[in-house]
Design a protein around this ligand. Structure first.
Ligand SMILES: C[S@@+](CC[C@H](N)C(=O)[O-])C[C@H]1O[C@@H](n2cnc3c(N)ncnc32)[C@H](O)[C@@H]1O
Length: 266
């Protein structure tokens, strides 16, 4: 089930359980709406847990309905909700589908990535470049290299485009990185989430040259040994996982992207 459907199901079931509890416990005198909303939040979080949704959904379910009740009590103009919704949509776009939210690589990580770039001039792509700060730093440190940032969320794309306007060796494009052919890149940088890593690995094995390297910030490719792991000296203990695609000789049994992709789609 998609994360969005799981979340809706948790909210609905949480509501039904709460309605049942309220009917049993408080027959004549209904409790305060905030108390009902808090119970619904706890029930929705419990359902989400039982549906094995990722743990970061729990606090969202806990506060969603209580927050809705509090905001409703403030009698704000309805247009505010629309503006907030559109702003969040422009920033996070279809995170429910991509399962990759916006969070940013820090300066220490940018320096560590720069140290991993080949000595010779190279082409680098950042899959989902966010606000483009990482690429800006890399482009400044390595004026001999070419950088491409692909971003599908409109506001981060505009932000990345603006801050890289003067950076001639850095191009920022609006688009979906799943549609980008990765064959010409020597370094592919990704800071995504655990969800897309298996599919990304299949794509890289099909398209990336055998000398090219994938640098994945924080999220390893499941069941694939990294060629190198770099520990960044920062507060969040960032790890950079470096991979090269297997050559046919090295894989036993031979690696087949088609078989692998059909396995992922099952
Ligand atoms: C965790 S952020 C990383 C941002 C940046 N790479 C960095 O390290 O600072 C991931 C970004 O990928 C973007 N993204 C997710 N799926 C995408 C896709 N299919 N095509 C393009 N961008 C995508 C998200 O909108 C988000 O901005």
């Amino acid at each position: 089930m998609s994360p969005l459907r799981t979340a809706i199901l948790a909210q609905v079931l949480g509501g039904l359980i709460t309605a049942g509890l309220m009917a049993l416990v408080f027959r004549g005198m209904p409790p305060h709406p905030l108390a009902v909303a808090s119970v619904q939040g706890i029930c929705a979080a419990f359902v989400s847990y039982r549906l094995e949704a990722p743990p970061w959904w729990l606090p969202i379910h806990l506060v969603f309905m209580p927050l809705a009740v509090i905001l409703n009590g403030l009698n704000l103009p309805a247009s505010i909700y629309l503006v907030v919704f559109i702003t969040l949509l422009l920033i996070f776009w279809r995170t429910d589908r991509s399962q990759v939210p916006l969070y940013l690589s820090n300066a220490s990580t940018a320096n560590a990535v720069a140290a991993l770039l080949p000595v010779a001039r190279c082409d680098v792509i950042d899959l989902g470049c966010g606000n483009g700060k990482l690429l800006k730093r890399l482009a400044q440190l390595r004026p001999d290299c070419r950088f491409l940032g692909l971003e599908h969320a409109p506001l981060p794309f505009l932000w990345a485009k603006l801050i890289n306007l003067g950076q001639k060796n850095c191009q920022i494009s609006l688009g979906d990185f799943w549609r980008q052919d990765l064959a010409r890149f020597d370094v592919v940088y990704a800071f995504l989430s655990p969800a897309p890593m298996p599919r990304l690995w299949v794509k890289l094995c099909e398209e990336m040259s055998s000398e090219a390297v994938l640098i994945s910030n924080s999220f390893p490719v499941p069941d694939v040994a990294a060629e190198r792991i770099v520990d960044v000296d920062d507060r969040r203990s960032t790890r950079l996982y470096c991979y090269r695609r297997p050559t046919e000789k090295a894989t036993n049994p031979p690696y087949s992207p088609a078989i692998e992709l059909s396995r992922l789609r099952q």
